[in-house]
Design a protein around this ligand. Structure first.
Ligand SMILES: Cc1cc2nc3c(=O)[nH]c(=O)nc-3n(C[C@H](O)[C@H](O)[C@H](O)COP(=O)(O)OP(=O)(O)OC[C@H]3O[C@@H](n4cnc5c(N)ncnc54)[C@H](O)[C@@H]3O)c2cc1C
Length: 476
């Protein structure tokens, strides 16, 4: 099937929020009004935001999406009580672009609910610990000066002085000296192998601690520090975060083409052609690919991408995350013997326990990071859930009969994401970050992994604005 419909587009006035308007203010009006066709692959936040910016500027926009839904790594589990977020959940009030886009889409942001969270304790080597017991614990492997800090907080403490002032400076050439092994750096701070194993137990920014770039950890800590310096509070979308991409998609003149998986991109003579697994082909004057790196790896490019860019796409992996959602009535929860939320170095990683509703029911989210996910992801969905429950029941035997598995989300095993976000290995930021966002002939790259100032959802919006601006400039 070959498409080249002529669409009558309503030229919309610029509805951008203040930040977005500023980004585009420098462009001459004539560029914005051009009626050229742009194809966008991926209907996550970055693809949808880029598509809306271009549509609002007068371009004809077609969005394809491999999944049968929009939203990408935003996934509200609508069928579960309390509508838990399986993907992007915490929206900082300093996410200016997201807040503006929500306003444009008629979406209400409300204060994030934290009230139901049950207090956290620790389970180290199978033994319970509390914040108070930790300093004197025989299982505490850290040097004297760090013994009072619990393992979930120690990484942030050790990295409390990032080497850059602006969060966008993390990928500056001058930072290459920090693009090294985080483990080696921690060893230099007096952390031994047992301490490293504990620090890395729930590391969300590298699949193995030994493969994690110190610079990427600095970036994460700097992002948290920035949010607290700006007094940011946490927001969520009323009715679930997935409502935001849904409402953004509804603003598109041409509906997102769902179930269309990009397999090949050809570009020649100022034209780009996207090939989908279904056989659909879409011609455009430019394309924005907003796919995460792992699915991008499966896309063929003709002509081939520059070698460094190809290498980047083939090499950068995403962090593995596996989550299970379990429920218990109030009585079942008491009977389960689980004391509350748990941070552990057991196979099941972390347990986040929340009271939901008025009846005292508890929702338990199990969150496993990194290579620890392999143990579960290597099994089928039912087998993985069964193994998770068995691992929890090994410590809390009564959990088996009192917890009910309702959903399992395996981001690494999902071919449309391949994980949660880049797990930068030492040296990779310097070698690959720029290459991943480098435009090729008529092809532009968006997606959170290409953002500079922000990571997460706001990073997705930031990347979309850069890619949309590249297209506007190119097609001017
Ligand atoms: C578990 C988890 C927790 C998170 N928590 C937070 C948080 O608290 N706060 C925060 O700010 N961020 C968080 N994030 C990150 C945030 O969700 C993402 O950064 C953001 O949603 C990424 O948007 P994106 O548009 O860059 O990518 P995506 O949302 O991944 O969009 C890419 C789209 O491309 C589609 N696609 C992939 N391959 C193809 C193909 N071949 N053809 C066509 N379409 C394709 C995908 O289906 C997807 O819809 C979290 C993410 C995860 C997974």
């Amino acid at each position: 099937m070959r498409e080249r419909e002529n669409l009558l587009l309503t030229r919309r006035r610029f509805l951008f929020g203040a930040s977005t308007a500023a980004v585009f203010a420098a462009l001459p009006l004539a560029i914005r009004a051009q009626q050229r066709r742009v194809a966008v692959a991926g209907a996550g936040l970055s693809g949808l935001h880029a598509a809306l910016l271009l549509q609002d500027a007068g371009f004809e926009v077609i969005v394809i999406e491999g999944r049968s839904r929009v939203g990408g790594r935003i996934l509200t589990l609508d069928h579960l009580p309390g509508r838990p977020e399986a993907g992007g959940s915490q929206i900082g009030s300093n996410y200016r672009r997201l807040v503006a886009a929500a306003g444009d889409a008629g979406i209400r942001l409300v204060a994030g609910e934290t009230g139901g969270a049950l207090p956290t304790s620790y389970l180290i080597d199978g033994m319970p610990e509390t914040r108070q017991s930790w300093a004197e614990s025989a299982r505490n492997p850290f040097p004297e000066e760090f013994r009072t800090i619990t393992p979930d907080r120690l990484t942030s403490f050790l990295l409390r002085e990032p080497p850059f002032r602006q969060t966008s400076d993390w990928q500056d050439q001058a930072m290459a000296q920090y693009d090294v092994s985080a483990s080696d750096w921690f060893r230099g701070q007096g952390i031994d192998e047992a301490g490293l194993a504990l620090l890395g137990a729930n590391n969300g920014y590298g699949n193995r601690f030994a493969d994690t770039s110190l610079l990427s950890l600095y970036r994460v800590v700097a992002g948290f520090q920035r949010a607290s310096a700006e007094g940011a509070s946490l927001l969520e979308v009323e009715g679930g975060n997935l409502r935001l991409p849904e409402a953004m998609a509804a603003r598109l003149t041409q509906p997102v083409l769902l179930g269309e998986t990009l397999t090949r991109v050809e570009s020649a003579n100022g034209e780009v052609r996207l090939h989908c697994a279904s056989g659909r082909e879409i011609e455009a004057d430019a394309a924005i690919l907003s796919l995460p790196v792992p699915p991008l790896r499966a896309v063929e490019f003709s002509p081939a991408l520059p070698s460094r860019q190809r290498e980047a796409i083939d090499t950068v992996v995403f962090n593995k995350v596996t989550q299970a959602y379990l429920e218990a009535s109030g009585d079942e929860w008491e009977a389960s013997g689980i004391p509350g939320s748990i941070w552990s170095n057991a196979g099941f990683g972390r347990l986040f326990a929340n009271r939901v509703g008025d009846g005292g029911d508890v929702r338990l989210t199990v969150w496993v990071n990194g290579d620890g996910c392999d143990r579960y992801d290597s099994l089928g969905e039912a087998g993985a859930g069964e193994r998770l429950l068995a691992d929890i029941a090994r410590i809390y035997p009564n959990a088996r009969d009192n917890l009910h598995l309702r959903a399992l989300v395996r981001w690494a095993a999902d071919p449309f994401s391949g994980g949660s976000w880049p797990a930068w290995a030492p040296g990779q930021i310097g070698r690959y970050y720029q290459a991943l966002r480098q435009p090729a002939e008529g092809i532009h790259f968006a997606g959170e992994h290409t953002a500079s100032e922000f990571s997460g959802m706001e990073g997705a919006f930031e990347s979309a604005e850069r890619a949309a601006r590249e297209v506007m400039t190119k097609l001017a």
